[in-house]
Design a protein around this ligand. Sequence first.
Ligand SMILES: [Zn+2]
Length: 267
Amino acid sequence: MSNLDKIKEEGEDLALEESKRIHCPFCNDRTEKSMYITRKPAGVAYICYRASCNQYGYTNAPPPNPALRKAAREYGKKPFQPKVNTSQLVNVPPNVLTAMLSPYGLSLGDATRQHFKWDTAAQRLSMPVFDRSGYKIGTVDKAMDKNVVPKAILHRHEDVPMLHFPLYQKLDKKITLVEALISSVKVAKVTPCAALLGSSVSKAILDKLTKEGFSDIVLMLDEDAFAKAIKIQQRIGHLFKSFRIVKLDKGLKPKDLSLEQIKELVR
Ligand SMILES: [Zn+2]
């Protein structure tokens, strides 16, 4: 059964415009119901809220094989609608700092400098996504409770590639790319860094990197995405002057490393 057939089947018991959350057949992750489906007159609309997957479209659209993927995306694409978190935000309280940032060596000063805020109503840490000029293009709202689904919500304020550049860093031709926003803030203390907000390098992000003159790439994905990093290197490595991947020890993410370890790895 194809992924689209599975989604179709899941949508059969829904009334028109009714929605529900399901396990995403593309991610095939049984722990988290990251996909939202909505019954539409012509079929079932689906979107996976995992940043690393982000499959979306309609079940009556062409299946997302690589050649048709772009067409499928265009087909399912509504005009861009900015998503903005309108909750009241407050400064990061001490318990949130302790639970979500201190374990990675990030301080209240770091949180303040990167404009992190706390969304009390949603119980989420709201972290702005900045483009390389420091313009806010979105937020990643991360739940403090590890069991909340989805763990991170990406609010896109602008219809641009979501590549996050932590503030207060001097950019150069060499850049380290990591998956998550918090990891990028940590790594940027040592070397210029940007977060992919996922483990893939989309065509749009690739174009952005080359157009903006980044020529030496260090790709440091989480350890569990190392196989993916190799594939990315094979696909796009030749487009840069240098392209190196860093393998982390089992189970580690860049945010888990000490500044000395990061310095050693990105040399
Ligand atoms: Zn998915």
